[in-house]
Design a protein around this ligand. Structure first.
Ligand code: FES
Ligand SMILES: [Fe+2]
Length: 440
């Protein structure tokens, strides 16, 4: 029995905890901290039938350009070959496994492992083995050694709208089908009409499971409760027009809020709901509000749009801040959030300045996302001892997964769990009715 077989058998017998609700309105807490579940995710999700986000075409515009990224716990090198094609392979030598590339990004004609100097071309093929034929008739590889059998482990690559994706799975549906209708139209809306350019990077390590971040970005319910900046300064409020749309199998979702002229009136009408919470300081003013006065540069009044794509990609537009967020799981108890801030090639200096201003809204110290990392840390710490119990996702209704024209909901989170549960091959949900709080 191979190591993989052993691991599969072991984990298949291990995933015996209960998903009490067929509609995924209950999530067993074990999934957030169990080491074996994390191991299983590496096989069944990251090496499974998904398209993993790897980066942007504009980050490697010239042949020889490369950058490193992560798929689950696997470090991957993404390169552009001389013919312009994009390739992705694991950053681990075919000889004895050493990490080959150290830089985050750069340009090179070949990749050489520092240990015994095995050399690979830009598509990951092994092209050079020092002393392959030995020296003076001594040493060298045996006659049966074929370099072609020792290429770097490659992912299959596809691109859409300037985004680069990779998969280990030969049977996964085509990328466009995987992304779905709303993701495709939003990628077109945000990135299709202008040539994107990176204006900055940021990394944040959050002491929480990677799936908690997936919940967070599919959770507009928290947006104007945890982030009082939203409600105080009218960026996203429960009174605004907006809603969620999910793609076919509900694994990807798009939350959006839309500006209307009477938003300030509708916001005042929220007072009753907020007064008893005691958190909204209505008179709070910014000393320098210029960050909030940046005109939207797309002509469609979408104030905030968060496009969340299974398993680790989020494209967010908050005002004029365009940011790609990638989740890089670091074991079950931590995730690195890697943010790529975007501008566009034809930005005027003023537009670039404005983008830099509104970047202050998001990121680890951002006015409306500082709290997310803290909230997720609290969940991670709160659930670790609650084996056999589960969370409650009922806001916006239970049962059928459906799009909504409002943002007071957790339905899109259930969409994430439905797909996760399917890929993880957990026992059928809803088999054990042990929830007195009304799960189906
Ligand atoms: S481990 Fe890379 S050349 Fe030996
Ligand atoms: Fe948030």
């Amino acid at each position: 029995m191979s190591t993989t077989d052993r691991r599969t058998v072991e984990t298949e017998t291990r995933v015996d905890f209960v998903w009490p609700a067929k509609d995924f309105s209950r999530v067993p807490y074990e999934v957030f901290s169990d080491e074996k579940i994390f191991e299983l995710e590496l096989d069944r999700i990251f090496r499974g039938p998904v398209w993993n986000y790897l980066g942007l075409e504009c980050e490697i515009p010239n042949w020889g350009d490369y950058q490193t990224t992560w798929v689950g716990n696997i470090q991957v090198v993404v390169t552009r070959a001389k013919d312009g094609s994009i390739h992705a392979f694991e950053n681990s030598c075919a000889h004895r496994g050493a990490r080959i590339v150290d830089n985050v990004r750069g340009n090179t004609k070949r990749h050489t492992c520092p240990y015994h100097l095995w050399t690979y071309n830009l598509t990951g093929e092994l092209t050079g083995v020092p002393f392959e034929k030995g020296h003076n008739g001594k040493g060298g590889m045996p006659p049966c050694f074929e370099k072609g059998d020792h290429n770097l482990k490659a992912l299959r690559v596809a691109t859409h709208g300037g985004l680069v994706f990779g998969t280990y799975d030969n049977a996964v549906e085509p990328l466009e089908q995987f992304l779905g209708e709303h993701s495709l139209s939003q990628i077109e809306r945000l990135l299709g009409k202008r040539k994107p350019k990176v204006i900055g990077y940021l990394r944040q390590k959050i002491p929480a499971n990677w799936k908690l971040y997936n919940e967070n970005v599919r959770d507009p319910y928290h947006a104007s409760l945890l982030h009082m900046f939203h409600i105080t300064f009218g960026i996203q409020t429960p009174a605004m027009a907006g809603g969620i749309k999910m793609d076919g199998d509900a694994k990807n979702s798009w939350n959006h809020s839309i500006l209307s002229e009477d938003d300030h009136l509708k916001r005042s009408a929220l007072s009753d709901d907020y007064d008893e919470l005691g958190k909204w300081q209505k008179d709070l003013k910014m000393h320098d509000p210029s960050m909030l006065e940046v005109p939207l540069d797309l002509n469609d009044n979408y104030k905030t749009t968060i496009l969340s794509m299974f398993p680790t990609l989020i494209i967010g537009q908050v005002d004029n801040t365009y940011a790609i967020r990638q989740l890089r799981p670091k074991g079950p108890n931590a995730v690195e959030l890697h943010i790529t801030y975007l501008g566009f090639e034809d930005d005027t200096p003023e537009q670039l300045h404005n983008r830099m201003l509104s970047v202050n809204l998001i990121g680890p110290g951002g006015y409306i996302s500082l709290e997310d990392g803290e909230a997720l840390r609290r969940v991670q710490e709160g659930v670790v001892s609650r084996r056999g119990e589960h969370s409650v996702l009922a806001m916006g209704g239970i049962g059928e997964l459906r799009d909504t024209d409002h943002l007071i909901q957790e339905i899109s989170i259930r969409g994430f769990w439905k797909h996760y549960h399917k890929l993880m091959k957990f026992p059928e949900a809803g088999q054990q009715q042990n929830d007195k709080r009304g799960a189906q």
